[in-house]
Design a protein around this ligand. Sequence first.
Ligand code: FES
Length: 192
Amino acid sequence: MSEPASKPATTPKDFPRRSFLRRALAVAIGGVTGIVPAIVGLASFLNPLRPKVQAKQRPTGSDAEGFYKVTALDSLTSGTPISFPIIANRKDAWNTFPAEPIGSVYIQKTADDKLRVFNVTCPHAGCSVDFHADKQGFLCPCHNSLFAMDGVHSASSPSARDLDSLEYKIENGDVLVKFMNFRIGIKEKHAQ
Ligand code: FES
C-alpha cells in the first residue's frame, strides 16, 4: 500500500500572498518612521517655550554684530543732523513683520568728516528729541531737556545724562549703525 504524498510546505499559490504581506509590512514600517519625526516636529512647534526662544532673536536686517545699514555716506552733508529710521524685519512666535521701523537715529557729519550718531530717544522719559537749528541742539518736547550738538545735556535739563551715542562703521560707502536702546530715567547708560 503506497503512502499518501505529504503536502508541500509551500504552494505556488502562497508566493503572491507572501509577497503582498511583505509589501504591506514595508509600507506600514515606512509610514511609522515618517510619522514619528512629523509628530516630534509638530510638538516642538507647538511647545509653549518656543515663543520665548524666538523673542530673544535679534531683528533681521542687521549683520552678525548688530549693525544696521542706514544710509549712503555721500548722502550726508556736514553740519545739520539728519534723522533716519532703523528698519528691520521682526519675528514673533507666529508671524514675520517685514521692514518695520524699530527706532530712529540722528546722524551728523562733523567738519573733520567724522560722524556723530545718537539714538533719538530722550534718556529722561523716552520721548523723541528734535533737532532745532536755532538752538544748535536737540530739544525734547516733553519736558524741555536740551542737548548740544555733541549730545551733552544742559545743566537745567531734567535728563540725567547725555543723548545716547551709538557705534557706527562705514562699509562699501554705506553708514552702518549698531542700533540699541538704553534704559531711561537713570544717570548711567545701560543697554535695555
Ligand atoms: S522725556 Fe525728554 S525731557 Fe522728559
